[in-house]
Design a binder for this molecule. Structure first.
Ligand SMILES: NC(=O)c1ccc[n+]([C@@H]2O[C@H](COP(=O)([O-])OP(=O)(O)OC[C@H]3O[C@@H](n4cnc5c(N)ncnc54)[C@H](OP(=O)(O)O)[C@@H]3O)[C@@H](O)[C@H]2O)c1
Length: 277
């Protein structure tokens, strides 16, 4: 079985560099997560907004909890103190676990005090219900505020990150501050597979475009959470530790000209059931 390398978070916790995304798996959720666990994934990226945490939980049964790294996210409409605590308890219940390895604010919500949300995160942290806290879809400005007011370290920012959309300024800031960036939608939902440079590198290394894209992310120090409902793809997405892109190739991917899609930004709103209230 493939051993996935881990990265140390700013709390000392270890996070596997490749996780399994669970958005939009619908009725295939339990079987896909079960396949991922069977093939060696130990990091599962869940969220209350994906409306399938109970099905993820079914697949987790029978595994030693301490061997897994489970993330969930609270919806932007649930960021009041009491709502955060309730949302977390619901996620724990559905996932069938006494604690989350990582709990993220799924999207910022200007209508609700971030201080209040992070205070609730601290409460959950003190209770041992979440071992690390973080955010998702936060800008540098939002991260600066979060870091200043949070009573627990902000360990992760999960954002859209793929060869056609990667905010290098945000990545540098996160690295400087010890915040781990996680790539959401690492394949731009398959759109980047047709990129000529990605196709060329896939041929060169006898790999698939998916594997080139994941390798690029890892070599940039970015954790990635690809999603797939196909056992073959799930396995393929872990076979990325037996080759290395050259620095010049990483740079070439970084510099894919804008007209080839660097500005391409998928709407992530549809990935979250609730839009900020
Ligand atoms: N925090 C956020 O706001 C946010 C936003 C977006 C995503 N995310 C997280 O990131 C995860 C991944 O993003 P995503 O689900 O949007 O999409 P994605 O991982 O970029 O792409 C998923 C698509 O890629 C295909 N695929 C996967 N592996 C493949 C392979 N080896 N060869 C060919 N096709 C392959 C899948 O089809 P098959 O099923 O046929 O393999 C599926 O259609 C989500 O599930 C979620 O956990 C978080």
């Amino acid at each position: 079985m493939t051993e996935v390398p881990e990265v140390e978070l700013n709390t000392g916790s270890m996070m596997p560099m490749v996780g399994f995304g669970t958005w939009d798996l619908r009725e295939k959720t339990t079987s896909s997560v079960a396949n991922a666990l069977d093939l060696g994934y130990t990091h599962i990226d869940a969220a209350e907004g994906y409306l399938n945490e109970d099905q993820v939980g079914k697949a987790l049964k029978g595994y030693d909890r301490e061997d897994l790294f489970i993330t969930s996210k609270v919806l932007p409409g649930n960021l009041n103190y009491g709502s955060v605590v309730d949302a977390c308890n619901r996620s724990l219940d559905k996932l069938g676990t006494p604690y989350l390895d990582l709990y993220l604010i799924h999207w910022p919500n200007l209508a609700i005090s971030l201080r209040e949300t992070l205070h609730a995160f601290k409460k959950l942290y003190d209770l041992g219900k979440v071992r690390n806290v973080g955010v998702s879809n936060f800008s540098i400005y939002e991260l600066k505020i979060a870091r200043r007011i949070s009573e627990t370290p902000i360990s992760v920012n999960q954002v859209q990150f793929h060869p056609w959309y990667h905010d290098e300024e945000l990545l540098s800031y996160c690295k400087e501050q010890g915040i781990q960036l996680t790539a959401a939608a690492p394949f731009a939902r398959t759109a980047v597979f047709d990129d000529p440079l990605i196709v060329e590198l896939a041929k060169k290394y006898d790999k698939t475009p998916a594997q080139i894209v994941l390798r690029w992310s890892l070599q940039k120090g970015v954790v990635t959470v690809p999603r797939s409902s196909s056992r073959e793809h799930i396995e393929e997405n872990l076979q990325i530790f037996d080759f290395q892109l050259e620095d010049s190739e990483i740079k070439k991917i970084d510099e894919i000209p804008r007209e080839q899609g660097c500005d391409y930004e998928i709407s992530l709103d549809d990935e979250v059931f609730g839009i900020p209230s």
